[in-house]
Design a protein around this ligand. Structure first.
Ligand code: FES
Ligand code: FES
Length: 236
C-alpha cells in the first residue's frame, strides 16, 4: 500500500467544503494545517504550492467560527454542494458531494472521459489537467475548490476548426504512445512543461515529465514529440 499524505487521509476525508465555515471539523482543520505547512499534501505538479497554502490559511482564519458550532447544527458532509466549473471555456453548474474529485466530476458528471484515472492517488499523472494554465493532478483535487477557475482538459486543446494542438500533432508524428491510456495526461503535462520553460534539452524534458508514467515505455518518442512541439509553440 502506498502511504498518501494528501486530502484522502482518513482524518481529513469527512468534511471538505471550502466555502461554508459550518462544515469545518477537527479533521478539516488538521488537513488544512498540513496543506498550509507542507508541499507534500498539495496536488500541484508545477510550482504553485504557495498559492494553495495561502488559500488554506484563509480557510484556517475561519475555523474558530466553525469550532463554536454545536455538532448537531452542522450539515452532513455528504450533502450535495453546488459548484460552477469553467471547463474548456464553458460553464457547468453541478450539485456534487463535496468530496468529489475534479477527476470524477469531469468523467462522471460532465462526461469528459478524455482525462484518465490511473492510480487515483497522485502517482502516475494520467489525470493531469490545467487549472488557470497550470498543470495539476485532478485525482488529488476536490472539484468544489475550483469554483470559477478556468479548467482545461485534453478535449479543450483543439482549435475552433478542430485543428490539433501542436503537442497533439507531435505525439502522432512521433508515435509517442502505444496503448494511449497515459497519453492525455502526457500531452497536458508536456504543454505545461514547455510553457514553464522546461523543454530546453532532452534531459530537462525527462526531468519535468517524470511525474507522468507510461506503462508502454514510450518515453524516447514522447521526448522527441515534446521537442518538436516546443519549437512550434514558441511562435504561437
Ligand atoms: Fe491521478 Fe494517477 S490518476 S496521478
Ligand atoms: Fe500505454 Fe503510455 S502509451 S501507458
Amino acid at each position: 500500500m502506498h502511504s498518501v499524505d494528501g486530502p484522502f487521509t482518513t482524518d481529513a476525508y469527512p468534511v471538505m467544503s471550502t466555502r461554508d465555515p459550518a462544515r469545518f471539523s477537527a479533521g478539516r482543520r488538521s488537513f488544512l494545517r498540513g496543506a498550509a505547512s507542507g508541499a507534500a499534501s498539495i496536488p500541484l505538479i508545477g510550482g504553485t504550492a504557495a498559492a494553495l497554502a495561502q488559500a488554506s490559511r484563509a480557510d484556517l482564519d475561519r475555523e474558530g467560527t466553525a469550532a463554536q458550532q454545536p455538532a448537531g447544527a452542522r450539515p452532513r458532509p455528504d450533502e450535495p454542494e453546488t459548484v460552477t466549473l469553467r471547463i474548456n471555456r464553458q460553464s457547468h453548474t453541478l450539485a456534487i458531494d463535496p468530496r468529489t474529485t475534479l477527476l470524477d466530476a469531469l468523467r462522471d458528471q460532465v462526461g469528459l472521459t478524455g482525462t484518465k484515472k490511473g492510480c487515483g492517488h497522485g502517482q502516475c499523472g494520467a489525470c493531469t489537467v490545467h487549472v488557470d494554465g497550470q498543470r495539476i493532478l485532478s485525482c488529488m483535487t476536490f472539484a468544489v475548490m475550483l469554483d470559477g477557475r478556468e479548467i482545461t482538459t485534453i478535449e479543450g486543446l483543439t482549435g475552433p476548426g478542430g485543428q490539433l494542438h501542436p503537442m497533439q500533432q507531435a505525439f502522432i508524428d512521433h508515435d509517442a504512445f502505444q496503448c494511449g491510456y497515459c497519453t492525455p495526461g502526457q500531452i497536458m503535462s508536456a504543454i505545461a512543461c514547455v510553457q514553464e520553460g522546461h523543454a530546453g534539452s532532452a534531459a530537462e524534458i525527462r526531468e519535468y515529465m517524470s511525474g507522468n508514467l507510461c506503462r508502454c515505455a514510450a518515453y524516447p518518442n514522447i521526448v522527441t514529440a515534446v521537442q518538436q512541439a516546443a519549437g512550434l509553440m514558441k511562435g504561437s
